[in-house]
Design a protein around this ligand. Sequence first.
Ligand code: ADP
Ligand code: MG
Length: 584
Amino acid sequence: MQKIKLLCASEIQKIAAGEVIDRPASVVKELLENALDAGACEIEIFIEDSGKKLIKISDNGFGMSPQDAKNSVILHATSKISSVDDLEKISSYGFRGEALATILAVSRLTIVTRESCANLGTKLVYEGLELKSEQNVPCKVGTEIFVQDLFYNVPARKKFLKQDETEFNQILQLFYAIALSHLNVSFKFFRDGRLFLNVPVVQLLKDRIAQLWDFNMSGQMLLLSSGENERGFSISGAISAHQYWRYNKNQIFLFVNGRNVKNMSLVKAVIKGYMNVLPKDKFPAAFIFIEIDPKIIDVNVHPRKEEIKFSSPVVIEQALMKAVTKALEINVIRPAIKMEQLDPVAKYFTYSALQKSLASSTHGTHEPHVLPVQRTILPAISTMVDEAPPELRPENIIGQLMKTYILIDGNNGLMMIDQHAAHERIIYEKLSSKFEKQSGTRLIFPEIIQLKIVELTRLIQHQEILLDLGIEIEQCGPEEIAIKTAPVIVKNISMQELIKSAADFVCENNMLERDVFRKKLTEHMHSQMACKGAIKAGDVLDFSQMRNLIDELKKVDNCFTCPHGRPTLWALGRNEIEKQFKRR
Ligand code: ADP
Ligand code: MG
């Protein structure tokens, strides 16, 4: 019996669609790339129902003739290459002639387009591979593509689409990448009829970053550059300073010859460049542009061209890691050395902290906690200290300033410690260095708190993670939770606030994969407990409390910043003081 059937063209195309178009974001990507290939400098994006209902992209590019418009939806019809040999010098995004043909197979597609030499444009309406209508219409020069009801005829794929927010975030992530790599193009991005992002043309990458993320990240960006080297590539862009971090890697964007690529080895190289600068499992923002001779890369290794192959990847990875470390060294470590030069007390402080971390790393007790740069500062500091500091000499505490800062007479200068930031760091390190489950103190009267039903349902699902931190909770009403135990390490914290912040975190991050979620929630709780449990600005401290705090801070590896990256200490050297009083 004959079992093998030949599939008809439309079915073949629908099946093949999965490779190029697997979700709304991939449609947006293909259409945006076509608009850019057509030389557009103004692009508008309209997204409805996270792209499931409508994706419309309009551009002011060079448009298409009526015949080209019809050809554009034929599989492997492209204006960008004529043979495989052209791939070596390809500079356009597209070249496979697959996108429109594929989108046509899985949606209701409409194309409106006009070239500048034509008085009227062409409007083509398709449904299920068939051209339903063709009209001459008045329209502006450029192209407008409507993709409606994506996957309406491929229910199996439609079923695999994720929640609206997830699909929308994918679109947004893709849009960020395009906008970051086209500063000379203005974009308007509409979501469900509302202007969501307005992104006019800018000159500088840091200005584009500021347009896309309205928080003040651009102020914390460090420029990165390594001029073209003898191996024929250059690296430029911007990375976040050490005070900024994220819980995931989705603000790390890599571009190779202007094309956004996913390449785990390069992402790892960026992260390695931050070794010991960021807290554990936190990630930087990075916008890295690699320019490389197109002959030594292959862009045709992935159907959506998201991946790229280098002929000698390790060289590029190492250069990238070094460029990141260098940018951080200049901006983060140099100021630290400057501070050392000012004040021998701080020098002494740093010296002992660094010695301690060097010793632990050289004895192999744990992963080196020493930055490569720390290795270089240590000898520098030891030469600055006239003689090695006499055994771990008590600082002369002057007292408290504004009930916030501890003032120390460092014999050769004045040192200030921010009591809250310092204590926060100490608690955070204590909490995060404990791997075993924490026990809690049982409250005599359980504390009852109100949460919204969604918050409560989501939080309760993760109650065992809280239990490991010493916090036992139990649902005791439709919108009520009873807190039965409180963590032992941190005292006098508002359990209400702590649980509410856990509920917020759980609601915002519930899409994370299980193990990652557990880790992130634990870190979040550690940092919340550290912040809420730490001595506050305004708390009066006696001398023994101050001494205790200083001694504890000295034991901590990351003693210079609080878990949020604020400095814990600052010093004013003798020279600076004498200059101010015109003694010098
Ligand atoms: P590719 O981009 O790989 O060539 P596509 O299926 O994306 O394949 O597009 C097919 C062709 O349609 C392109 O080569 C181009 O000539 C034309 N085209 C598509 N979109 C546009 C647009 N926005 N403006 C002008 N021409 C376009
Ligand atoms: Mg294309």
